[in-house]
Every structure is written in structure tokens, then in C-alpha cells.
Design a protein around this ligand. Structure first.
Ligand code: ATP
Ligand code: MG
Length: 656
């Protein structure tokens, strides 16, 4: 390349005027919220249906466990389902469900209400009530949403576990929650094959006295015969649920009634079970979904996350349902039966808003722009990204090849802990910069500070903190309040700030750039470098499809940069230490960021270890380069990816 590329922070995509003209939220929202955040949130809370109005907006006397909308009573399921039927919108489609093998179902809000009521009655018949925990080990099915809503309806605390998790990972969550009920299927479809899962569910609950029943939904049927059965404990869904009444009187619960427990993805260690409550969580989730995704009555919205991730809780269940939106949900792998499956689904349902993840965009990129070009994607009007910082290269590809250059991309930074989006654009207002979540949403206050709590200068790497309590914030870590206080609140106890655990910088326009986890920041000869920035530089090279950067211990520089790269075209590397490629990439990174950022080691790998939610597990690769072992691997998507990286690393180091 002869001329230096424009740095991502200088690329600016102002909202298209046509988009701004119809947007739900205008520019004044920032000022209005800043002038009186509590009044702003009270106004958003009133978008919901309360059985008893709240008397206090915010009570900080019990911080860090904040209380929002005290005195108020509501039923979350009524807000998400019944309310729309009562308003005469029962015939509106709530869910277009697409199964992996190609089966599909369409469910209206009225039908959803009947199903939720049936299941609420069924749960009560099983002895499940207010405060009891229910664990769901289910794929993306309408019943998964029905069960989640039924739990909310009766005040049971739900915890969804990814259906692809092992028995061991499931057992940890069942045990930790002390669940009374586990809901699972006979089997699941995984990349085109029917896989039996009931045996894994049995293993997960074996000997756990608190589990009274296992409710089993038939999904794979004949294809996974001989379902192991424990009489008295196990119950077939179709035998219990289908005979229930569609009438159920919903009680109302306190605004601070626990709604669900969500386990973090385990990128940094043992997953934490965050507890979210009702009034504040639903207020933040519902409003931000409406404002950030600009949802309208005629939208067809698709969040492609698995229902067990926090993304789906807020933006595939509670958020969109509370806004009465029509959604697509898809059961299977994005690459089954072909890599264009998502685009096919977008075309089939005329999806207008598509919320995805950087890992998937990079996967699509490997197939080239011909892949999306084969489908009619003209229905799309807005795109979203979550889970990791999106590399500017992936952002521009998504914008151009999928969004046809016309769709704003809302890059939403948030966490299991925050409940809903914190740093994200308003698509009709905020000019976008590829790779930045832009600025804190109205009503939210976040910034970048150094260890002592001083605001960082533009470009200086620090940590992201949230400086004012917000309604969607988690209230505790389930059965480990000390961990909640210690992980998030102790570091800035003096200021009362929440430490997010992510490194970040702000640019001169106040835009926030996430640089990776605090632990993933590299220190090379005293220079603090962000793993994400380094990876984005590598991914911007035409030969690189994906990259993971970690710091390895080094006697002279403190740390040295080790880059693991997957080359484009996906050909398996027979030479992990391809020195010609390494030289090219070193020069490229030096030109993009500076000579100090040049990776010392470049190792070509066939795959990268990721969490089930598709995030790169840098921690395990850092352990490997430092000669440490024994990190928690229960969140790994695929252990063979780690093994392949280990093999490549061994071959690489042996050849040095
Ligand atoms: P654990 O806390 O167990 O390590 P996790 O942090 O991956 O797991 P989540 O709560 O699902 O679990 O993910 C939140 C994290 O994901 C954020 O802290 C951030 O690092 C990353 N993240 C999410 N969205 C974005 C985004 N839009 N831009 C940058 N990073 C993001
Ligand atoms: Mg985290």
C-alpha cells in the first residue's frame, strides 16, 4: 500500500437524512436526559404497564444494590404479552420461528398469550412458585420464550443455559441456582444432525435433591429414540402442558422482584450468575430497544443470538416483546445447511433489522461478498453488532455488502451486568465511526479513567467506568454478593463507580473505543497497546481473516506481541511460522499503528478458541504462551480449536 489508510476514528458515517426523518428518537434526547436523569428514567418506566405506580424513582441507600421504581408493582410477562392482546393487537405476529431442518412456525401475540398461560398453569401444577428457580436447557424454540415468560408470570426466577453446553457446564448452573425444575428437550439439531441431550440433562441433575422435576419437550423425536426416563421426576411437556387451561390470572410483583439469573460467558474466568430484577431491567431494556433499534410497528426484527445469552434476554425476549415487535428467531447454526442461511432467512421474512456479532461477520467475510449478493437483502434498514468490538474492516464490509451502504449499524456495548445497552448510538442522531460504540446513551453515564480515577486524555488507554447508577444494572451475583462488590464496585468505591472490566480510550470527539478486557491490554516496553486495535490492524490486511493477539512474557520488553492469524481462504496452514507472511504483517501493523505494535511472533492457525457466544478466548492463549495451564475451559465452543492452536504453537516454537 502506498498511502497510509485513514484511521478508523476519522471515518464518519452521519445518519442518512431519510433515516433521521423517521427515527423514534431525536437529538434532544441526550440533553433532556442529562438535565434530569431520574425524570428521564421515570418517563421511560411509564412506557410500561404498572399495576401499582412506583413512589420512588431511584433509591441509592442500598448501593451497590440499587433499587429502582420502589413501591411499583408489575408483571413482566403481562407487559411483554397480554398488554398487546388487550390493546387489540393479538393478531400481530410475535414470532416467526425457523427451525434448523427447515420447519417453521408463526405465532401471534394472542397465541403466545395462550401458550404462556398454559405453561404458567403447568409450572404451578409442578409446584413451582414465586422465587423458585427454573433452569432451561433448550435450543431456540418458541417454547423457550414461552417458558421464560411463564416463569416471569408466576414470579419464578429463570436461568437459561445454552443448549450446546456440556453436562458439566449445565450441572454447575443447576447446582448454583438451586433449581427446582430443569426444562430440556429430548434432543437438539446441531449443524444438521439430531443429537440426544436428555442423558446429559440427567447427568447434570443426578443426585441434586433440589431438582424435583425435569420437564422434557419433544424436539428430535424419532431421530433420538430411547430417551432415558426417571419415573416420578421426568414429565413430558405434551402430556402436562397441552391439557392446561389458557386462562391464568397474573399476580403482580414488586419492581425489585428477581426476574432471571444470567451467567457471563466466562471469557475472563469462572462465569458469574448475575441477578436482574423486574421494573428497572424492563424499563432500560424496553426503552433502549425502542430507541437504539428504532423499532416500528411494521418492522421484522431479528436478533440472531442464542436465547441463553444476555443479548437475547434483552433484545430477543424482554425488549422486543415489551415493544410488541414482530421477530424472527432461528434455531440452528448460521452455516447450516449452507453459509448463506442467515441471508436466506432475511430474504424469506423480509427482515428489516438484523442484530449480529463480529465473529459471524468475519465468518461471512471469509466467503466473500458473493455470499450476501446471492440474496435479496433490500428489506434491511438497520444493522446491529454486539459481543466484541467490531473490527473496522468487518464493520465496513457489513455496511457495504449486507446493508447496501444504506443501513446504519448500531454497535452496542454492554454486558450481562449492565442488563441493556450502555454505550451505543441513536441511529437517527449519532454519527457512526466503524469500531466504536460511539457515546453513552441518554440517561447513562460512562467514561474512561486511569487507575486513580482521573479522566483519561483523548487517546490515552484507561478503563471504562459507569459513573451513575442505571435502572438495568445487576443487583448482585447469585449467592455471592461479596464477588459482586469486589469485582465491580471496590476498585472505585470512593467515587461510587462501576468498573466494567474493559480497557478503553476516548477520542477527541468523546467517542469510546473498547480495547479488550483489562487483562488483555499489552504492555510492551511501557507502551499500553490494545488487543482489539492490534487485531483490527491485522484483519485489515487482505490475507488475514481473523486474528487474536496476546502478550507473552519477555525479559527485555516486559511483554511481546504474539499474533495468531487465520488466513483468508481458510486453507489449513502447514507452516505455522510462514516467515514471508509474518514480515508482511509486521510491516502492515507498523504502518497502521506504529513500529512498537509490530508483532514479534506471527503464528498461522486453522482456528481460534472461542466461547459458545463466539468471543475469542485470549486468556487461554496467553496462558499457553506463558507456559501456564489449567484455566477454566467449560465455556469453550470447541476444544479442538484450542488443541489446534496448541499444536501450531508447539511447531512454531520448535522451529525457532
Ligand atoms: P466474563 O465476564 O465471564 O468474562 P463476558 O464478559 O464475555 O464473560 P458478557 O457479559 O456476555 O460476558 O459480555 C460482555 C463483554 O463483551 C463486555 O465486557 C465487552 O468486553 C464485550 N462486548 C460486548 N459488546 C461489545 C461491543 N459492542 N464492543 C466491544 N466489546 C463488547
Ligand atoms: Mg464480563
Amino acid at each position: 500500500m502506498s498511502t497510509a489508510p485513514t484511521p478508523a476514528e476519522d471515518l464518519l458515517f452521519p445518519p442518512p437524512p431519510e433515516f433521521t426523518a423517521q427515527a423514534n428518537v431525536g437529538a434532544r434526547e441526550y440533553e433532556r436526559a442529562a438535565a434530569d436523569p431520574e425524570a428521564f428514567w421515570a418517563e421511560q418506566a411509564r412506557r410500561l404497564q404498572w399495576d401499582e405506580p412506583f413512589t420512588t424513582v431511584f433509591d441509592g441507600s442500598t448501593l451497590p444494590t440499587a433499587q429502582w421504581f420502589t413501591g411499583g408493582r408489575l408483571n413482566v410477562a403481562v407487559n411483554c404479552v397480554d398488554r398487546h392482546v388487550a390493546a387489540g393487537r393479538g393478531d400481530k405476529v410475535a414470532l416467526h420461528w425457523e427451525g434448523e431442518p427447515g420447519d417453521s412456525r408463526t405465532i401471534t401475540y394472542a397465541q403466545l398469550k395462550d401458550e404462556v398461560c398454559r405453561l404458567a398453569n403447568a409450572l404451578e401444577e409442578l409446584g413451582v412458585g414465586h422465587g423458585d428457580r427454573v433452569v432451561l436447557y433448550l435450543p431456540v424454540l418458541p417454547e423457550t420464550i414461552v417458558t421464560t415468560m411463564a416463569c416471569a408470570r408466576i414470579g419464578a426466577v429463570v436461568s437459561l443455559v445454552f443448549g450446546g453446553f456440556s453436562a458439566e457446564a449445565l450441572r454447575f448452573r443447576v447446582e448454583d441456582t438451586g433449581a427446582k425444575l430443569l426444562v430440556c428437550t429430548d434432543g437438539q439439531f446441531r449443524r444438521g444432525t439430531a443429537v440426544a441431550v436428555k442423558a446429559a440433562a440427567d447427568e447434570a441433575v443426578a443426585g441434586l435433591e433440589h431438582v424435583e422435576h425435569v420437564l422434557v419437550l419433544r424436539r428430535t423425536g424419532e431421530r433420538t429414540p430411547d430417551v432415558p426416563w426417571t419415573a416420578g421426576r421426568d414429565v413430558w411437556w405434551h402430556e402436562l402442558v397441552e391439557r392446561q387451561s389458557t386462562e391464568h390470572v397474573a399476580p403482580s410483583f414488586d419492581a425489585e422482584n428477581p426476574l432471571f439469573i444470567i451467567y457471563t460467558s466466562g471469557t475472563t474466568g469462572k462465569p458469574k450468575g448475575l441477578v436482574h430484577t423486574s421494573g428497572g431491567y424492563l424499563t432500560h431494556t424496553s426503552w433502549s430497544h425502542w430507541a437504539v433499534f428504532d423499532v416500528k410497528d411494521d418492522d421484522v426484527y431479528w436478533c440472531q443470538a442464542d436465547l441463553a445469552w444476555v443479548t437475547a434476554h434483552s433484545y430477543e425476549m424482554y425488549g422486543p416483546l415489551s415493544n410488541g415487535v414482530t421477530q424472527v428467531i432461528y434455531e440452528g447454526s448460521p452455516l447450516t445447511p449452507h453459509p448463506g442461511r442467515h441471508f436466506e432467512v432475511i430474504e424469506k421474512y423480509g427482515v428489516t433489522i438484523y442484530y449480529t456479532a463480529p465473529t459471524l461477520v468475519r465468518t461471512f467475510m471469509k466467503h466473500g461478498p458473493e455470499l450476501p449478493a446471492r440474496f435479496d437483502l433490500s428489506s434491511l434498514r438497520l444493522l446491529g453488532s454486539v459481543g466484541e468490538a467490531i473490527n473496522p474492516e468487518a464493520w465496513t464490509w457489513l455496511h457495504r455488502e449486507v446493508g447496501g451502504g444504506r443501513c446504519p449499524i448500531v454497535d452496542t456495548w454492554w454486558q450481562s451486568e449492565t442488563g441493556a445497552a450502555v454505550v451505543a448510538p441513536l441511529p437517527g442522531v449519532t454519527p457512526l465511526k466503524p469500531g466504536s460504540g460511539t457515546v453513552p446513551l441518554p440517561g447513562l453515564a460512562a467514561t474512561v479513567v486511569d487507575e486513580a480515577g482521573a479522566e483519561c486524555a483523548p487517546g490515552q488507554t484507561g478503563v471504562l467506568v459507569i459513573t451513575r447508577p442505571w435502572p438495568g444494572m445487576a443487583r448482585t451475583v447469585w449467592r455471592d454478593h461479596a464477588r459482586f462488590v469486589k469485582s465491580y464496585w471496590e476498585p472505585y468505591a470512593a467515587q461510587g463507580w462501576y468498573l466494567a472490566g474493559d480497557a478503553a480510550t476516548k477520542d477527541a470527539d468523546g467517542y469510546i473505543w473498547i480495547g479488550g478486557r483489562i487483562d488483555d491490554v499489552l504492555n510492551v516496553s511501557g507502551h499500553r497497546l490494545s488487543s482489539i486495535e492490534l487485531e483490527s490492524a491485522l484483519v485489515s490486511h487482505p490475507r488475514v481473516a481473523e486474528a487474536a493477539v496476546v502478550g507473552a512474557p519477555d525479559e527485555t520488553t516486559g511483554q511481546r506481541i504474539v499474533a495468531f492469524v487465520i488466513t483468508r481462504g481458510g486453507a489449513p496452514a502447514d507452516d505455522p511460522g510462514d516467515s514471508a507472511l509474518a514480515d508482511l504483517l509486521r510491516a502492515h501493523v507498523a504502518q497502521q499503528i506504529g513500529p512498537v505494535a509490530r508483532p514479534r511472533d506471527v503464528v498461522v492457525v486453522p482456528d481460534l478458541p472461542k466461547t459458545r457466544s463466539g468471543k475469542i478466548m485470549r486468556r487461554l492463549m496467553a496462558d499457553m504462551t506463558a507456559g501456564r495451564g489449567g484455566g477454566d475451559v467449560t465455556s469453550l465452543q470447541d476444544e479442538t480449536a484450542l488443541a489446534a492452536v496448541e499444536t501450531a504453537w508447539a511447531a512454531y516454537t520448535a522451529s525457532r
